[in-house]
Ligand binder design. Structure first.
Ligand SMILES: *[C@@H]1O[C@H](CO)[C@@H](O)[C@H](O)[C@H]1NC(C)=O
Ligand SMILES: *[C@@H]1O[C@H](CO)[C@@H](O)[C@H](O)[C@H]1NC(C)=O
Ligand SMILES: *[C@@H]1O[C@H](CO)[C@@H](O)[C@H](O)[C@H]1NC(C)=O
Length: 352
């Protein structure tokens, strides 16, 4: 797990997300078309406890599991196998109420096998003070490229604590797609110039909840408050697709490995449809509040996989911060909720 060296401020917005009717309609058209044709598995069929087994509560039918964070420990599970490319998905419901400092992560990694040159694909949810929305970030590391953060940060268009929502990572030999409820939110197309920065060694799937008091919410200003324990993150509809292998020998476990890879690469969700592109644009132009690709202070020379999308770039200043509705720093000290701030002005503060 890696993080932005962030120093967000207190003026995060608590205003509700308002969708215009036309946006809502275009979004609904997309999601109804984007249901994945995949089968779900039980917890025991795919996963094993990673740490603090006592804080992992499995449902009696074995189809779901809750991960708890309390004053004794966080908790986590890991896929029992490593996958040589794959599709990883789960429906997740995040803890409600006061969750500042809490991080829920759903990610692939092989750091346990390749300590110095691991690969990783992250979806990390960042808790917040009561009444303020969870945010999340995605990241990509290949072969230990942890000095080249490829973070993007976003808001969600729904409250992730009210219901289960589906979060998915597609990883093939030529592209990575992150999905939320079937909406592609980020695509990384492999580029020759990325070299080893493109994750290409077998990874397992991890899910964890942990105390990230020192950085997760407003740069560590709001810590986990254990009077609200336990923090419970619920997981269900587990999907693990791909070719299971021994990560060191990289020999397929099964004869049908080639078939599984072919199935993965030809699956509908391995390509973004025109409707999917439309939804991705909709999402990124409204909910993305940081992308390393637009952060020219950090990367004066863009990393090679970055595709500059003018309508996205418009949102950001030269330094990568959101540029709309900016409220001068000296005016941002008042009590939360007093002042009407735009979504963008508050988002800007939390970028990096
Ligand atoms: C879903 O996948 C199965 C097995 O891979 C296939 O037989 C079936 O035709 C697919 N269904 C649709 C609607 O694509
Ligand atoms: C959140 O807080 C309210 C009021 O304190 C309580 O009724 C509710 O059960 C809490 N929800 C969760 C998920 O803890
Ligand atoms: C990955 O890193 C290892 C160790 O640093 C290096 O030997 C290897 O060449 C790298 N692989 C790629 C594809 O860059």
């Amino acid at each position: 797990m890696h993080r932005l060296g962030s120093s967000p401020s207190s003026s995060e917005t608590s205003s509700a997300i308002i969708l215009s009717l036309s946006i809502l309609i275009s979004f609904l058209n997309v999601t109804s078309a984007a249901a994945f044709n995949v089968s779900t598995i039980s917890f025991n069929d795919g996963y094993t406890p990673l740490f603090a087994d006592f804080n992992i509560h499995r449902s009696s039918d074995g189809r779901s599991a809750n991960l708890l964070l309390n004053r004794y420990a966080g908790s986590g599970f890991i896929s029992s196998k490593y996958y040589d490319y794959g599709f990883f998905s789960a429906k997740i419901k995040l803890p409600a109420n006061y969750t500042a400092g809490v991080v829920v992560a759903f990610y692939t990694s092989n750091v346990d096998v390749f300590e110095k040159n691991h690969d990783e694909l992250d979806i990390e949810f960042l808790g917040n003070v009561k009444g303020k929305p969870w945010r999340f970030q995605t990241n990509v590391y290949g072969n230990g490229s942890t000095s080249r953060g490829r973070e993007e940060r976003y808001n969600l268009w729904f409250d992730p604590t009210k219901n289960f929502h589906q979060y998915s990572i597609l990883w093939t030999s030529d592209k990575i797609i992150f999905y939320v409820d079937g909406v592609p939110i980020r695509e990384v197309v492999r580029n020759e110039a990325m070299g080893g920065d493109y994750p290409s060694k077998p990874m397992s799937l991890y899910a964890t909840i942990w105390d990230a008091s020192s950085w997760a919410t407003s740069g560590g200003r709001y810590r986990v408050r254990y009077e609200y324990e336990p923090f419970v993150s619920e997981f269900t509809d587990f999907v693990l697709e791909g070719c299971a292998v021994n990560p060191l020998e990289q020999l397929p476990d099964s004869m049908d490995c080639l078939e599984k890879k072919a199935k993965l690469e030809t699956a509908e969700h391995a390509d973004i449809t025109p409707e999917g592109r439309h939804a991705m644009k909709w999402f990124r132009e409204r909910y993305m509040y940081y992308s390393y690709c637009y952060d020219t202070l950090r990367y004066p020379i863009q990393l090679p996989e970055c595709l500059i999308v003018p309508s996205e770039q418009l949102r950001f200043k030269e330094n990568g911060r959101l540029k709309f509705g900016v409220i001068p720093r000296r005016h941002r000290r008042g009590r939360a909720g007093r002042r009407k701030v735009t979504r963008e002005s508050s988002d800007r503060d939390t970028a990096m």
